[in-house]
Structures are given as structure tokens and as C-alpha cells.
Write a protein that binds this ligand. Structure first.
Ligand code: PSU
Ligand code: MN
Length: 306
């Protein structure tokens, strides 16, 4: 058996693959563990619509009853959004979830693995995992970074949240040879804010140029991903000092409650949302839409270069 024996591709995505139409992969951890119901469903559907309105086809990825799904029905999205039992599935969890015929939402790492198999090269998300604060002692480094090092997918995100150590995250990406591109910015965006104080490697203002860079990288057989960081739209940024305070408070609570491992990111996200009374959630939704929009434009150019 091979990968395809475990895979169900949605008919719309299947057609797009056949016709070499642009496709944008979307992750599902954000649906099950990144946002509360019903905003999670509304956002997942809205993001798919954003991709379609750009002339690309959305492929939201998840594991349902042991089957790898590339492209979900609205019912499957609802299922992932409402079922408390859905596991957060990163690289290490994939085989177990599938063998045990369970359901799981995919992180950036596992979404990249599946997208790559389906030959989908552009993927939009909110924020990637990275090196956590204190990661030099805890070794809490997201498998997302290792996947970016190895797997040929372009990930469009709004940078990473300040729940992470952004400086160590950039160092790790550099060591692993992952290009970090700022779309119309020379500064790494910090998710809720367009500024982090850290520079990206390259500022690129054109989606065609980004597509050409992807093409060139993989033509040269330089395997691994490319990270495109896209600042939150103007007017939707949150106040940095308020956010930092919320994040610090959330980290203290996580420490007090001994939250570690895969639980830490979802815990911090929901705490920050609680502390900011939903303001962080509104910003989160806006930036994901913005990333889906940019990813679609890159995918459109890339499909014409093929
Ligand atoms: N960062 C966010 N929102 C998210 C995640 C990260 O701002 O929903 C999710 C993504 O699916 C990401 C995962 O791939 O958390 C990283 O988890 P970990 O740090 O356990 O690898
Ligand atoms: Mn971790």
C-alpha cells in the first residue's frame, strides 16, 4: 500500500489537480484547537470562499475515521469544529491516528506532509509553531520547523505569535535553510502586530516573484519549504503592550497548571482570547483571510509557471 490508499481527495480538488488549476491547502488544527465554536466553522468556510473568489480551489486537510482527507465537505468541517475528541495531529501522530481509524485535525507540519503528497505547493495558515520561550532549556520546538526544513510546500502565515521566542525561531529556520520572505515588509510580522523588531531575510513585493522563487528553489532540487510572512491588515493590529501583557499572563497560567507538550499552544491561544475578550480572535480571523488571499495569488502564478 502507498500514501494514496489512505487518501480521499474531494472531487473539486481532484478536478483541479487534473486540470493543473491553482489549489491552496488549509490546515484544520485551527478549526479544532485554535478557535471556539461557532467562529471556527464560520472562519473555515469564509477562508475557503476567499480562495475560491481568487480563482483557486481550497483543500482543507484533516484525518476523518482514519482516512486522510484533502478537501472537506461542510459537514466534515462542522464535525471537526464541534467534536471535543478530535486529536491534534502533527507528524508523529499521523500513522497512529490513521492506523487506529481515529479523527484528527492537522497542524502545519502534517498538513504540509499531506499537501506535498497531493502535489499542492501553496498552503495558508494563521501562525506557525516555532521555538517556545525558554526553548533552549525545554527543547519545545514545534515539528512545524522541521517540516519546513524538509517538505516542498510554501507556507503563508502572519509570522508567529509572541507566545514563541521569535528570535530563536528565526535562527532555527536559518540553520535549516528555510527562506523567510516578508510580503511587502522587511520585518517579521508578529501575528497580532505587523512588527516584531526582527528582520526577515527578504522583502518581496510581488506575488509573481514569490512564485518564481518557489519554482527556482525546487527546480534546483533544494528541498524544503519557504515561509512567506504576511502582516495583519492595517487597522486590525492589536496594541502590542496589551497583547504582551495578555501573553505573559497566559504563560504564567500555563506554568501554574503544568501545561506542556501539544497542549501548550491551544491553551495559550484560548487564554489570550479570554484575556483580550475576543479581540484577539477577531484579529486572528482577519489575518487568516488575508493569508488565504495572498496564498491564492501565489498559487495562481505558480500554476502558470508549470
Ligand atoms: N499558532 C497559532 N494558531 C494555531 C497554531 C499555531 O497562532 O492554531 C497551531 C497550528 O496548527 C500549528 C500548531 O501548526 O498549532 C503548532 O503546534 P505545536 O507548537 O504543538 O507544534
Ligand atoms: Mn511543542
Amino acid at each position: 500500500m502507498t500514501f494514496s490508499d489512505y487518501l480521499d481527495i474531494h472531487p473539486d480538488v481532484e478536478d483541479a489537480i487534473k486540470d493543473k488549476k491553482p489549489i491552496v491547502a488549509l490546515e484544520s488544527t485551527i478549526i479544532s484547537h485554535g478557535m471556539p465554536y461557532p467562529k471556527n466553522v464560520e472562519t473555515a468556510l469564509m477562508v475557503e470562499e476567499t480562495v475560491r473568489s481568487n480563482g483557486a480551489i481550497p483543500a482543507t486537510i484533516a484525518i476523518i475515521n482514519g482516512r486522510i482527507k484533502v478537501g472537506l465537505t461542510d459537514e466534515e468541517i462542522e464535525f471537526l469544529a464541534t467534536n471535543e475528541e478530535i486529536k491534534k495531529v502533527s507528524r508523529r501522530d499521523l500513522a497512529i491516528t490513521i492506523a487506529q481509524k481515529q479523527s484528527g485535525s492537522t497542524t502545519v507540519a502534517s498538513t504540509m506532509i499531506i499537501a506535498n503528497f497531493a502535489k499542492i505547493v501553496v498552503f495558508a495558515t494563521g501562525g506557525i509553531g516555532g521555538v517556545h520561550r525558554g526553548g533552549e532549556n525545554t527543547l519545545d520546538i514545534s515539528a512545524d520547523l522541521e517540516e519546513l526544513a524538509n517538505t516542498n510546500v510554501c507556507v503563508v502565515c502572519a509570522g508567529a505569535k509572541a507566545i514563541l521566542d521569535l528570535s530563536l525561531t528565526l535562527e532555527y529556520l536559518e540553520t535549516k535553510g528555510v527562506p523567510v520572505i516578508g510580503y511587502k515588509t522587511s520585518e517579521l510580522p508578529a501575528f497580532y502586530s505587523s512588527e516584531s523588531g526582527f528582520d526577515v531575510d527578504y522583502k518581496i513585493d510581488s506575488t509573481l516573484e514569490i512564485a518564481e522563487i518557489l519554482k527556482t528553489k525546487w527546480n534546483l532540487s533544494i528541498d524544503g519549504g519557504v515561509l512567506v510572512t504576511n502582516p495583519i491588515p492595517v487597522g486590525f493590529e492589536l496594541d502590542t503592550s496589551i497583547m504582551n501583557e495578555a501573553i505573559n499572563q497566559a504563560i504564567v497560567e500555563a506554568d501554574n497548571e503544568n501545561i506542556t507538550g501539544k497542549k501548550i499552544t491551544p491553551f495559550l491561544l484560548s487564554k489570550v482570547n479570554e484575556i483580550t475578550e475576543g479581540k484577539s480572535l477577531d484579529a486572528n480571523i482577519k489575518l487568516i483571510q488575508n493569508n488565504a488571499d495572498l496564498a491564492s495569488k501565489i498559487a495562481l502564478h505558480y500554476s502558470k509557471l508549470e
